[in-house]
Write a protein that binds this ligand. Sequence first.
Ligand code: ATP
Ligand code: MG
Length: 383
Amino acid sequence: MNKVLVLGAGQLARMMELAGTPLNLDVKAFDVRSDKVVSPIYPDRIYGDLQQGIANADVITAEFEHVKHDVLAECEQSGKLFPTSESIKIGGDRRLEKALLESCNAANAKHYFINTKADFDNALAQLSLPIIFKTALEGYDGKGQWRLKSAADIDSVWQEMSEFLASAKETQGIVAEQMVPFDRELSLVGVRRVNGDVAVYPLTENHHTNGILSVSLAAPVDSQLQDQAGTVFKALSGKLNYVGVLAIEFFQVGEQLLVNEIAPRVHNSGHWTQQGADTCQFENHLRAICDLPLGGTQLIRPTAMINIIGEDSVSDDVLSIPSVTMHWYKKGKRAGRKMGHINVSGDNEQQLAERLQKLASILCKQAFPDLADFANAYVNKTK
Ligand code: ATP
Ligand code: MG
């Protein structure tokens, strides 16, 4: 079992190929834009269409949850798809996701589903401002969301949402969620094998800039929180009979974790594992879907991941900082697009904080607007 087909040919498939090659795994990707099977690292190399890709693969997986349902059905029919199409679809539909959370008693924000004005009025009556509205399908990087903060904006928000619903396909809908006054955003990346073996990485602290993940920080965590997150991971992954890497995003409110959403795939907040963990998330995902023993998920050194958004170069001077690694995705430059990431590690948190500060002083402030503040606060915290 060594031929893997990934649905989606973006950076996650690319990093799977990079991690899979030393394991003697052959990773190809189905590019949903061209309908062709390609090499994720060398996308000019084409290996036929989806049917040929399915026939040639031993196992099939996905790098994103918005895969067309007919494609998922075709892959599932082959008996090679991991995780199941059900898991992938749940990750792509906030209504199914909320139902899964409820069925597993996983704490999450109070929410209501909206298709009509009556649903909207009901949600307003049951929730208190501020409320966040999210499209049920196709949301990512904070896109497809409305935030209602003041009663004066109720009519204009409904106007926008009703126009959106009228123009969207019939299966689309909106989920209204209570805005959570969280202390921090955390995520847990974990992996489950066919035989039910589970391994989870340490909780990662996530920071967003303009709705897009900008920094993830992996450092030793409070064991009570880690246990809470691990329990949720076991419940959700067990319920789905999940195989592969699954990420869970949380809001921390006091000592409690509320689930925000899940991602049935390797996740941006797990990229730090390439330098900070015993085995990276990409290798562990491949190990799980190929039914190989899972690799260690322990933190080997505090590590931060900084997303490079909308830029196709950074100063070479960043490489003068010890334990900095660059990960470019070879994508065309576009504003707001994830183009690559930087991992930086330290022997301890203080050293990591100092290296982050140095990094912030080298990187262009416009492209990394919040990094200096984050690094300064971290230096003060770890002094
Ligand atoms: P991504 O692709 O980055 O995961 P997304 O488009 O799937 O984002 P969410 O993760 O649901 O959307 O929301 C994006 C961000 O909006 C969250 O990381 C959080 O900062 C904020 N947010 C979402 N829901 C809530 C909530 N109920 N209360 C407070 N903040 C929220
Ligand atoms: Mg999210």
